[in-house]
Design a protein around this ligand. Structure first.
Ligand code: HEC
Length: 487
């Protein structure tokens, strides 16, 4: 029953002091992390996150305890030496923060929260903390929002762009295609209102946008074309004929090439030159292609086949198929994690008839983990109309620390931490949820609820629904675009 589900999604512990994020986690016994990585591969600790998120924790008062600062301002001789605060000051100067950063950094292992002394000393022994801390145990579990802030900092998330980074004359739009309709809805994430409706693309499959914000590219499943749409007028300006029935689409970082997955046998990737607006090459793949993704470093086009159960890797420099990775079942949506140098580390993949996801090491092509989404107590599973894909929506948060995966069976998104793949929460996101897409700052995630003809807007940190936006018929694939908007 939707209302009871909604209730449950709201039953989240109250947000604590300092506006800290809240995590609903089903975590129990902590699982040891792999040994810390070599320093060259370890993520850098971010100073800005330290000053805005970590430092306030040292001044926060917890029930029955003293603040960290009460003892660690130099009174006790430990390595945790925080710079004394001048009389009346409520936070540190930049210079003092640098000193604090140095001292605190010496007590953590970058990339590995659960081997970091700073996180283990004040954590309850039952929750994986160490034996004793002279200042008491400040966190009862690893799901404590404060502990999670420290963990996120130690894990080394990528800094996220803020809305201030959006150039003048441009705006963020969530593009929601309607799989049973003839276009897409554009949502302004600052108001959660539909600003315009794009029409004239019959059964749009996927959508992507030009990096300069001038155009949208949508695959048209009725005409077998790639439809080029002007971002300001939302009119279809060109239809580029494809070699067969298209599915999804992806663009290179420089915006010069669009790859279109061709679903019809024998399967291919069509390469579209976006300057000439021509279909310049058809790269044969192993099997019809459902989804295609250009990797975050723009070096590879990674394409999945449902009938052949393979992932085809195409070199973007030469547009040739370099290798295929066989899997046990059809390839559905994919997502990627990256190494510190931006190269691709892992392919995360949803598979036909599997309620969860698997991870594949990009270098070796070997499957490294498989996570099945657990049943949700009290929720009735839906198995009608799954089209072979119980889980068909996957996205990595912009900071690289969270993986969101939707379940059509239960109508939930399951959230896992990266790289350790521990479930950190779940949230109800409507009937038959499909694709999801983040705002550029990572604060909100937009989930297509195909069965509700709506998009669920979820606060990505609190993992709580904040809005529902009505869109067209059967919304499935979506994307976040920064577009030149009409003024
Ligand atoms: C009541 C005083 C007191 C408070 C409050 C306190 N600590 Fe401590 N802390 C100590 C003492 C004493 C030691 C040295 C003995 C030990 O290792 O437990 C220590 C040691 C530590 C160490 C190990 C430092 C090293 O040199 O290895 C860490 C890390 C630490 N504290 C973190 C914290 C954090 C984080 C807080 C706040 C959440 C906090 N402490 C609050 C008294 C305190």
């Amino acid at each position: 029953m939707p209302s009871s589900r909604l209730m449950r999604s709201i039953l989240v512990p109250a947000v604590l002091a300092l506006g800290t994020p809240t995590f609903t986690a089903a975590q129990t016994a902590p699982v040891p992390e792999p040994p810390p990585r070599a320093t060259s591969a370890a993520p850098a600790l971010d100073f800005a996150t330290f000053t805005t998120k970590v430092q306030p924790l040292f001044l926060a008062k917890r029930e029955g305890l003293m603040t960290c600062m009460t003892c660690h301002d130099g009174k006790v001789g430990t390595r945790l030496q925080l710079d004394p605060l001048p009389e009346g000051a409520t936070t540190w100067s930049e210079e003092a923060a640098r000193k604090n950063f140095k001292a605190v950094s010496s007590l953590v292992v970058p990339g590995s929260p659960t081997t970091s002394r700073l996180l283990l000393h004040p954590l309850d022994r039952d929750a994986g903390g160490d034996a004793f801390h002279g200042g008491g145990k400040h966190w009862r579990s690893q799901t404590d929002p404060e502990w999670q802030i420290l963990a996120a900092w130690v894990r080394g998330g990528r800094p996220m762009p803020t809305t201030a980074a959006i150039p003048a004359g441009m705006a963020v739009r969530i593009i929601q295609t309607n799989a049973a309709g003839d276009g897409a809805h554009l949502i302004d994430p600052t108001t959660n209102l539909v600003t315009s409706v794009l029409k004239g693309v019959e059964i749009p499959h996927g959508v992507t946008s030009a990096p300069d914000g001038t155009r949208l590219y949508l695959t048209n499943e009725v005409r077998h074309t790639l439809d080029v749409v002007d971002a300001k007028t939302l009119a279809v300006t060109t239809r580029i004929p494809l070699s067969g029935q298209p599915n999804n689409v992806s663009i290179t970082k420089d915006g010069r090439k669009v790859y279109v997955g061709i679903r019809s046998a024998p399967g291919a990737l069509d390469v579209i030159d976006t300057v000439a607006l021509k279909n310049v090459k058809t790269v044969p793949t192993k099997g019809g292609i459902h989804n295609v993704y250009v990797t975050p470093d723009s070096k590879w086009a990674v394409a999945g086949s449902i009938p052949e159960r393979t992932i085809s890797i195409v070199d973007v420099a030469t547009d040739t198929l370099t290798r295929t990775i066989p899997m046990s079942a059809g390839i559905r949506p994919m997502a990627f994690t990256t190494n510190p140098d931006g190269s691709t580390k892992t392919i995360i993949v949803q598979l036909s008839d599997f309620h969860g996801f698997a991870t594949v090491d990009f270098a070796t092509g070997k499957e490294t983990a498989r996570i099945e989404h657990p049943d949700i107590p009290g929720e009735h599973p839906h198995r009608d109309g799954l089209q072979g894909a119980p889980a068909h929506g996957l996205a990595v948060s912009p900071d690289g620390t969270r993986l969101w995966s939707t379940s059509k069976v239960f109508g939930y998104a399951y959230v896992h931490s990266l790289p350790d793949l521990k479930e950190v929460g779940r949230v109800f996101v409507g009937q038959h949820p499909e694709w999801l897409t983040f705002t550029p700052d990572g604060k909100y995630v937009y989930v297509a609820a195909a069965g509700d003809n709506a998009v669920f807007v979820v606060d990505a940190v609190a993992m709580k629904e904040v809005a529902r936006v009505p869109v067209g018929q059967v919304p499935k694939r979506n994307a976040t675009a920064i577009l030149q908007v009409a003024r």
